[in-house]
Design a protein around this ligand. Structure first.
Ligand SMILES: Cc1ncc(COP(=O)(O)O)c(C=O)c1O
Length: 405
């Protein structure tokens, strides 16, 4: 199957399907007929094997209390080993309904009100919310912008940990929105600092399967094992990888027995949620049969990233895109335009609904994030609308400048 035939087989119209991204966009952004490139899900149907597995489950017609399918863990372990040479053990695994829910749960379980929690902005904004809502303290060790890409300032990271007596670090790996896939060396340096100061680490690896060609994902648990560091918890989910967010299934890995016991004691008191049989049915089929589908998705994302990066470079070189190593979310630096009201340009003029940089950090108010997990046709339309609006804006400011002078 070629990328083109994949797109024609799997792309779906999503309006009037109760889609958050498509059906709530105008209300959420207070706009009209906006092209939705915001919330992180895909405009593609799941692998055919997943739809078939769900059909079989539905056809049976009984949806009583369920258990985790016998071969679920083997399918999931097989996927992790095949793709990333990551080994996890069955007794590490706990289920939840979403990664964000797990962030809240783990903060409640392992920290207390007032504790210092470190994050690396610009970063996925629910990280801020989870810390604020649970009455913990946000400590920021921002990423270092270097050219169009991002690095970790290890000295600042360590200094913040020391000065603020940080208890827990929420690590976004791969990083949303910077698009970085962290090298094993970078992860090792971070974890070694956390080990030194006994900081617990939650590694949010939800984008861990969405790795573009030329890059390699390494799980924090693999690196932690090499350091003999027991303080790492991984949260991840099949939801980003296979577009299953609506099925509410996610995973927590707790490699350490001590952490398992603490979590289980906490969960006994506060978390009696059962698993969702549709989520498990879908994820198992995806882990068993979704490899080729994911390759096609990544080819579409790479193609869309190149379209936008190349198109902007040619038409408006003062707008810069971060190299996309992982995730399907492209981080775009619009500061070169010197514009005050980014929303007016992007939304009111270009007609796009995007995530704004300020949501990820006030320091990044001049940035936007585009969701590329859609068809090349939609991406081409969005790019065209954006470039035209930028050119109109530039022409207007040019004329105003001449007039003022
Ligand atoms: C880094 C990160 N974590 C978590 C989530 C959401 O996870 P969930 O839908 O399982 O709560 C997202 C979604 O975009 C994300 O980018």
């Amino acid at each position: 199957m070629t990328t083109d035939s994949f797109i024609s087989d799997y792309a779906r119209q999503r309006t009037q399907t109760d889609s958050l991204k498509w059906d709530l966009v105008d209300q959420r952004f207070d706009g009209k007929d906006l092209l939705p490139l915001w919330v992180a899900d895909m405009d593609f149907a799941v692998p055919a094997a997943v739809t078939e597995a769900l059909h079989r489950r539905v056809a049976q017609g009984v949806f009583g209390y369920s258990i985790v399918p016998k071969d679920y863990v083997a399918a999931y372990q097989g996927w992790q080993e095949r793709h990333w040479q990551t080994s996890f053990q069955e007794d590490w695994l706990r289920f939840s309904t979403g990664v964000v829910q797990s962030l809240y749960d783990l903060l409640h379980c392992f920290t207390k009100a007032g504790d210092a929690i470190l994050i690396q902005p610009p970063v996925y904004y629910p990280f801020f919310d989870s810390i604020k809502d649970t009455k913990r303290r946000i400590i920021e060790a921002p990423l270092l912008a270097q050219g169009d890409t991002y690095q970790i300032d290890f000295d600042a990271f360590e200094r913040k940990i020391k000065e603020e007596s940080v208890k827990l670090f929420i690590f976004c790996s791969p990083h949303n929105p910077a698009g970085r896939v962290w090298y094993a060396d970078e992860i090792k340096q971070l974890l070694a600092i956390c080990q030194k100061y006994q900081v617990l680490v939650i590694a949010d690896e939800i984008h861990g399967d969405l790795i573009l060609p030329g890059h390699r994902f390494v799980s924090a648990v693999t690196v932690a094992a090499s350091l003999d560091f027991e303080g790492v918890i991984v949260v991840n989910s099949p939801s980003k990888t296979f577009n299953l967010a609506g099925l509410l299934l996610s995973h927590i890995w707790l490699p350490s027995e001590t952490l398992q016991q603490r979590y289980d004691a906490w969960a006994k008191q506060y978390k009696q949620t059962e698993v969702n049989i549709f989520g498990l049915t879908a994820a198992k089929a995806a882990y068993q049969h979704g490899d080729e589908w994911l390759e096609h998705i990544l080819a579409v994302v790479a193609q869309n990233a190149e379209t936008v990066a190349h198109g902007l470079r040619q038409a408006v070189p003062e707008v810069r895109t971060a190299p996309l190593e992982g995730t399907y979310l492209l981080w775009i630096d619009m500061r070169g335009l010197g514009i005050d009201n980014l929303k007016q340009l992007v939304q009111d003029e270009a007609g796009l609904a995007v995530d704004y940089g300020a949501w990820f950090s006030q320091a990044y108010a001049g940035f936007i994030r585009l969701n590329l997990a859609t068809t090349p046709t939609i991406i081409a339309a969005a790019l065209d609308q954006l470039i035209r609006s930028i050119n109109t804006y530039k022409q207007q400011t040019f004329e105003e400048d001449i007039h003022d002078n």
